[in-house]
Design a protein around this ligand. Sequence first.
Ligand SMILES: CC(C)(COP(=O)(O)OP(=O)(O)OC[C@H]1O[C@@H](n2cnc3c(N)ncnc32)[C@H](O)[C@@H]1OP(=O)(O)O)[C@@H](O)C(=O)NCCC(=O)NCCS
Length: 179
Amino acid sequence: MEEKIHIREHIALTLLEPGDKPNLVRYLNDPVLYRNTLRIPSPYTEADAEKWVNDMREAYEKQGFMSNWSIRHAEHGVIGGIGSFLLMGVEGHLDEIGYWMAEPFRGQGIMTNVVQVLCEWLFENRPALVRIEAKVHSYNPTSVRVLEKAGFEREGYMRKAALKNGELFDLILMARLRE
Ligand SMILES: CC(C)(COP(=O)(O)OP(=O)(O)OC[C@H]1O[C@@H](n2cnc3c(N)ncnc32)[C@H](O)[C@@H]1OP(=O)(O)O)[C@@H](O)C(=O)NCCC(=O)NCCS
């Protein structure tokens, strides 16, 4: 189902649109964002944005339900993104989320709101889902804080769990369960 998920005044989660590409290139070329995530290329080119928008729209058409959303500001367009990885498919009991927020919009509580609302939406729309995980680099307390505020608990410390550019990183395992 394609749905617009309301987050707060001016902000909603929607499917990515081809017109979002300039914002993706503008905001995803950010060293902080690159350092704190595992899948975002650097430098982030127009071709990366083109592929991302096409892949996400194709995935939506194929699956018939959404698993990746742009965080859209009514005036500024796309300012971030969030996705569930469908670790065990849409009928699975377990999933994981990942997200990013554009630098000018950080620190306003937007991502906390997004994570809270999306988790509630996922539990409501996926009856088999009981557990949502997020894995955060050990040096990213901001993201741990966002997850704590959105009802996640810290469950563990995963030593050398991430490999990027030949370097190993520790991750913090956070999870929220269906109430
Ligand atoms: C992590 C990220 C998504 C947060 O988005 P955001 O919209 O700024 O988050 P919020 O404003 O909702 O909340 C940030 C919280 O972190 C806190 N915070 C900020 N810096 C912090 C620090 N160094 N240590 C601890 N907490 C910190 C803020 O005070 C705030 O908590 P509060 O409301 O209790 O004061 C954003 O910074 C980002 O996109 N970073 C780069 C990519 C990334 O890290 N993605 C997540 C990968 S797991």
